[in-house]
Write a protein that binds this ligand. Structure first.
Ligand SMILES: Nc1ncnc2c1ncn2[C@@H]1O[C@H](COP(=O)(O)OP(=O)(O)OP(=O)(O)O)[C@@H](O)[C@H]1O
Length: 122
């Protein structure tokens, strides 16, 4: 969804299970379906403004959920983007990322500098 439509938008990103979870006896599989996350057996289901599944790249999350806020900021509207989650939930992966799969902070900075350059040239 377009983050501009609501004052506060909550999006969820599911990551694949990590090794220690795969080795755990009590893992529960969660699936992304449209804007909901649900357990594989369907007994629990939660709805959010956006849900990104295990196969989604950070770029898709950034473009849909964060870029509108970055663009608004460049037009003078204050905005905040933060990652919240328990330890090992994927905050660093999503916000910093890697050279191959840059995170939200890197993508936002690229857009900020690109927008600045566009303004300087006009
Ligand atoms: N979307 C994803 N796809 C694949 N692997 C992921 C994803 N998100 C996180 N991971 C992996 O899961 C592990 C934990 O992620 P990360 O370090 O980003 O968690 P964190 O929330 O920053 O943890 P902490 O709060 O302890 O610093 C890392 O090995 C990371 O590479």
């Amino acid at each position: 969804m377009d983050a501009k439509q609501e004052t506060i938008s909550v999006v969820v990103r599911l990551r694949p299970l990590i090794e220690r979870e795969l080795n755990s006896c009590c893992k529960e599989e969660w699936l992304a379906e449209d804007s909901t996350v649900r357990t594989a057996d369907g007994t629990k289901r939660f709805c959010f403004d956006g849900v990104y599944g295990k196969s989604h790249q950070t770029q898709a999350l950034y473009t849909q959920a964060v870029k509108p806020i970055v663009t608004s900021c460049m037009e003078g509207v204050s905005g905040t983007v933060f990652a919240y989650g328990q330890t090992s939930s994927g905050k660093t992966h999503t916000m910093y990322g890697s050279v191959q799969d840059p995170g939200v902070i890197v993508l936002a900075l690229r857009d900020i500098f690109a927008l600045q350059v566009t303004r300087i040239h006009h």
